[in-house]
Design a binder for this molecule. Structure first.
Ligand SMILES: [Zn+2]
Length: 593
């Protein structure tokens, strides 16, 4: 047997320590996941498993340094995965990647803090990794017998335990589960799933031909024009609506709107647009994106019932093909995306339109005098960066646009800001609600002028965290009270109220009923007197037999949460689990102009 000298032992230990560091650089997300959100033994086992997996090819003779070079593309992904771990306490999931595919450049600018850090982190990490491998790992090094045995044991022992203790089905499921829970295999699989889902959505067939739709006789007998309007809000938290008791007067016009019905206890279906909107427009439950894209939307149903359907959007359609949210615009007879356009020469800024720019468009379309019309307005509402969401004349709270954007940037970097920065952020956010107030009140005025039989329905896709949130201030994407509890408003025209008094009575009876915005599809079909195979009358807020089920929310990781169990009503909350945030109203001290 070979006798090792002290120098040889020191050199060998030095080399193996270097390999340990290099393999950990590749597996940094798995290492950090051990501590996110707290140290967990299961994560430690996954980390060891992933390290062994990295060295698997070396068991079959591949030189260690060559393997480390081959891993450079994986190292490129490490900082982005770390950013995901720090922001959503999870490795990137299918839903997160879908959301990124869906995000447009302006939305990315709201996350510029994280994007810049991830970019810098990638550069620094890759440079360090290349230098480290080049200087510390010998070119011809291969795994010896001990190394090979250690790698094989690390990979086989948990699988063997599963096979012996629970059989081959559990054993195979365990292998899959480990691969889907560790970086980089989990990231590659999530990316594959995200692209696959997007492709399926793009292949959505026109469901119009096969859909069977009936309309109640009282609606068929209407002599008035039927002009209805759904407005999908964006990132509007009801805590900042004067209508809902906010200390600031952010909704003065809506407060003066006669007959406006304010629903007090509505939850969103998901904390981000991508997952939330499909479950508003279809009967698919929260989070069932694929199911949603294969089902008829409420646009399809109204179109089949003879309505002219318009989709008007200040959100972007993203390039030359539909993306997940805007795929439903294809169900309309006509769609207009007024944002996301370059200047006349095809160059220049990728423009974002204000929601109030939809008003003249609606006025013009109403002048077409069509007898049965449905408008669906997908607004940009209160999505960050807030100062670009409203024209200066609608601002009621002082917020210099550039200073507010800088403040929001610093808050996104640090997770908090100075009192002045927080005030700027809140003022600019409140100004977006003022602009929403102006938009909604004026849309209702447009409907009043038409004197048709009309329903008007506003619901925000999800809310937004403000200064009181413990994490993710002035962001959404995570499940908190401010993000989940959304404003919902309905207005009915006098002609509609007269013809369908039963619907009005049912709506009034449900003003304080807790329910999910996933009832939207059923409610809006019912309010047009329509029914189709997916329609459930008991899930219509306009039905006297309204019986909503548990309020489920799909989080950004695709987990389905029973909202009322996770966030019990505030009176009971202190006795059960502490809520993630207080609902103390914002008082930034800014004077009201
Ligand atoms: Zn949204």
């Amino acid at each position: 047997m070979k006798k090792w000298t002290q120098t040889e032992i020191a050199q060998t230990s030095h080399i193996w320590f270097s390999i340990f560091i290099a393999v950990n650089l590749i597996n940094l997300p798995n290492l950090i996941a051990c501590f996110t959100p707290c140290l967990a033994w299961v994560s430690v086992k996954l980390w060891l498993y992933s390290m062994a997996l990295t060295l698997l090819a070396c068991v079959f003779g591949l030189r260690v340094r060559l393997m480390l070079w081959l891993a450079v593309p994986i190292v490129l992904l490490v900082p982005a995965c770390l950013a995901s771990l720090f922001s959503i306490q999870s490795l990137p999931t299918t839903f997160l990647i879908l959301a990124l595919l869906e995000t447009n450049p302006t939305e990315l600018s709201a996350l510029q803090g994280q994007v810049i850090l991830a970019g810098l982190g990638t550069l620094i990490l890759v440079m360090f990794y290349v230098w480290f491998v080049k200087t510390r790992v010998p070119v011809s090094l291969r795994l010896g017998t001990t190394g090979r045995v250690l790698v094989i044991l690390s990979l086989l022992s948990p699988v063997s335990y599963d096979l012996v203790a629970h059989g081959h089905v559990v054993g195979l499921a365990g292998i899959k589960q480990r691969l889907l829970s560790t970086f980089p295999s989990s990231t590659f699989y999530s990316a594959y799933e995200a692209f696959d889902l997007r492709d399926r959505v793009q292949n959505r067939r026109d469901l119009l031909g096969t859909l069977a739709v009936n309309q109640e006789q009282s609606f068929q007998d209407e002599t008035n024009r039927q002009v209805h309007m759904l407005v999908i809000g964006e990132s509007a938290t009801k805590n900042c609506f004067g209508l809902y008791g906010y200390g600031r007067q952010t909704t003065p016009l809506l407060e003066r709107t006669q007959g406006l019905l304010t629903f007090r206890d509505v939850s969103c279906t998901a904390p981000c647009t991508l997952i939330a909107v499909p479950s508003l427009l279809t009967a698919a439950p929260p989070g069932k994106l694929l199911e949603a894209t294969q089902q008829a939307s409420l646009l399809t149903a109204y179109k089949k019932a003879g309505f002219r359907v318009y989709w008007l959007s200040t959100q972007k359609k993203h390039g030359t093909y539909d993306t997940l949210t805007s795929i439903f615009s294809a169900d309309a007879d006509e769609d207009r995306f007024i944002s996301g356009k370059f200047d006349n020469d095809g160059r220049g800024a990728y423009q974002t339109a204000w929601d109030v720019s939809l008003l003249p468009l609606v006025t013009r379309l109403l002048q077409r005098n069509e007898s049965k019309v449905l408008f669906v307005l997908h607004t940009i509402g209160s999505h960050g960066p807030y100062p670009v969401r409203y024209p200066p004349e609608l601002a009621r709270f002082p917020a210099d646009p550039q200073a507010a954007i800088n403040a929001l940037f610093r808050i996104s970097l640090d997770g908090n800001g100075s009192p002045q920065e927080m005030e700027l952020a809140q003022n600019s956010y409140d100004n977006t609600i003022c602009a929403t107030d102006f938009l909604l009140a004026n849309l209702i005025n447009e409907l009043k002028k038409v004197k048709a039989s009309s329903w008007f329905y506003y619901v925000s896709d999800h809310g937004e965290n403000t200064a009181t949130a413990r994490f993710g201030k002035y962001m959404h994407g995570i499940v908190t009270r401010q993000v989940v509890e959304v404003p919902m408003l309905i207005w009915l025209s006098p002609a509609y109220e007269q013809a369908h008094a039963n619907k009005l009575a049912a709506l009034k009876a449900n003003l304080n009923t807790p329910f999910s915005a996933s009832c939207t599809f059923h409610t809006l079909l019912d309010m047009g007197g329509l029914s189709c195979p997916d329609f459930k009358k008991e899930w219509s807020t306009a039905s006297p037999h309204f019986s909503p089920g548990p309020r489920m929310v799909c989080d950004a990781n695709g987990n389905i949460i029973d909202y009322d169990k996770k966030f019990p009503p505030l009176q009971a909350a202190s006795k059960v689990t502490p809520p993630m945030e207080t609902t103390r109203s914002i008082a930034t001290g800014a004077s009201r102009p």
